[in-house]
Write a protein that binds this ligand. Structure first.
Ligand code: SF4
Length: 476
């Protein structure tokens, strides 16, 4: 007869170990959470209640440990953390068997956003101290994360127009049904007429509500309003729309640690390069930082500012011209001769400097050769106009330098992809492909910092191991 391992009877007396310590192995990552929080100066970081004033409550270190443990183990909700504090031996060990209720846990995250962000930065400082950020090269990328705000509770002028048009069309449809009911024989049953009238009343009330929202929307600087999370914004996401935040991260290319991050409400990455590079420079301690980013970050002014502050950038130029897509010559096909201040075109002709224009971005010169274009056999592939004009910004040499650097580093975009896309994938998988739990940008930023702290902690444990991390924490 087949035998199985026998279960233990539920009423059998058991001698559990006397100490909580015996439940937590020497190599348990929860020890890193404990040691890290114990090494922090919580009062200096600004945690409410860390200074010995006010009424007694849970020490912030207890609540911070619960949160770091929770995010490390993909438990983000305060209600679930409350449960874990009462049943999970690791959490009991971590908190000394304190079990705060969910409201206390949630309030802690809500009230200590800025301090939580500093804790995340402090961990990056520890990584730097261990020598994990010595490469001096980072990749920047942004990804859209859903806010708690439903798409139907976000309004832009276009959406508002569509919603109002739909309601008006529905009212017209019901009104014409009622008119037809008055005219036609046999008449509609009274119950059906009542239902139609009720629907019209409801739609008219919705229209009044929309008009009030529209008034508020017009007052917003970006003519957009979100009703659940006022800071969430409608953004393009994979060919569709999302109401959320654009999370910017800077990831070190050597160990794939997230060295800096920012929660932004702009759907575009175009103005983020300078700010994110500067934050990363401060976090890594490398004055001469090398930054890789995708085409979305390409902006002449941003690249110029980076170059002026000593940041080396590798950002490909976007191929936005419709002519290029149709096989026409792009600007890259024209070679600039700096010594003689002219361009050599694909037909081998020289384009010399002509007109000049200045705007807030600087001055722009136009290069052309009317005579050569008039008789050119390649003109069909070059321009539909009388002549091709090439514009050159007075800081164009910076852009040429970025292009040359990319040609010399053909692997740069592969390095960027393998560096920066993995953390986003991991973070979204850990979040369970759902939305943020908190509302408004400062609270979402605290939530994101906890996600990133957990990601970095897990990564450091994988790279150096618990022993080396504990030694670093003790000597910090
Ligand atoms: S059309 Fe003008 S600029 Fe273009 S290839 Fe011909 S000569 Fe050169």
């Amino acid at each position: 007869m087949k035998r199985f391992i026998e279960v233990m009877a539920r009423d059998q007396a058991v001698l559990f170990p006397d100490h909580l310590e015996d439940f937590v192995g020497e190599d348990n990552p929860v020890r890193a959470v404990d040691a890290f929080v114990e090494a922090l100066d919580l009062a200096e970081l600004g945690f409410a209640g860390a200074a010995d004033t006010g009424r007694p409550g849970y020490h912030p270190s207890v609540l911070l440990k619960i949160y770091i443990y929770g995010y490390l183990n993909r438990i983000h909700s305060s209600r679930r953390l409350e449960c874990e504090a009462g049943r999970n031996v690791e959490v009991m060990w971590l908190t000394g068997r304190l079990a705060p209720d969910f409201k206390t846990i949630a309030d802690f995250r809500r009230d200590n956003g800025s301090a939580i962000r500093k804790v995340c930065r402090q961990f990056v400082g520890l990584c730097r101290q261990i020598g994990l950020l010595s490469g001096g090269e980072v990749a920047i990328d942004g990804s859209k994360f859903k806010a708690v705000n439903n798409r139907d509770r976000n309004f832009t002028p276009a959406k508002m127009q569509r919603r109002m048009a739909d309601i008006e069309a529905s009212i017209d449809r019901y009104m014409s049904k009622l008119d037809a009911a008055d005219r036609d024989e046999p008449a509609l049953p009274p119950a059906k007429v009542d239902r139609l009238q009720e629907r019209i009343v409801t739609l008219k009330a919705q229209m009044v509500e929309l008009k009030a929202i529209e008034r508020d929307m017009q007052k917003a600087p970006d003519k957009q309003i979100s009703l659940t999370d006022p800071d969430a914004r409608s953004m393009n996401y994979r060919g569709s729309g999302i109401v959320g935040y654009n999370i910017q991260t800077v990831v070190d290319t050597e160990h794939h640690l997230i060295v800096a991050h920012e929660v932004t409400t702009s759907g575009s990455d175009r103005s983020q390069l300078v700010e994110m590079s500067n934050v990363a420079r401060e976090a890594t301690g490398h004055d001469e930082l090398r930054v890789i980013a995708d085409r979305g970050y390409y902006s002449g002014e941003q690249l110029l500012e980076c170059a002026q502050s000593g940041i080396t950038t590798l950002v490909p130029k976007p191929l936005t011209s419709s002519g290029t897509k149709r096989g026409m010559f792009a600007k890259q096909d024209f070679t600039f001769d700096a010594e003689n201040d002219l361009y050599i075109c694909p037909a081998g002709e020289t384009l010399t400097r002509g007109s000049h224009r200045s705007d807030r971005q600087g001055s722009i010169n136009f290069y052309r050769n009317l005579m050569a274009c008039a008789t050119c056999r390649l003109k069909d592939r070059c321009t539909p106009l009388k002549q091709r004009r090439i514009r050159r910004w007075d800081h164009e040499d910076i852009l040429d330098e970025v292009e040359r650097r990319l040609d010399e580093n053909p692997d740069a975009m592969r390095v960027r992809r393998s560096t920066v896309e993995h953390p986003f994938g991991t973070l979204k998988a850990w979040m369970g492909h759902t939305h943020f739990l908190t509302r408004t940008r400062p609270k979402v930023a605290a939530e994101m910092s906890l996600h990133i702290l957990a990601y970095n902690l897990r990564r450091v444990l994988n790279i150096v191991g618990l022993g080396a991390l504990m030694v670093a924490l003790q000597s910090a």
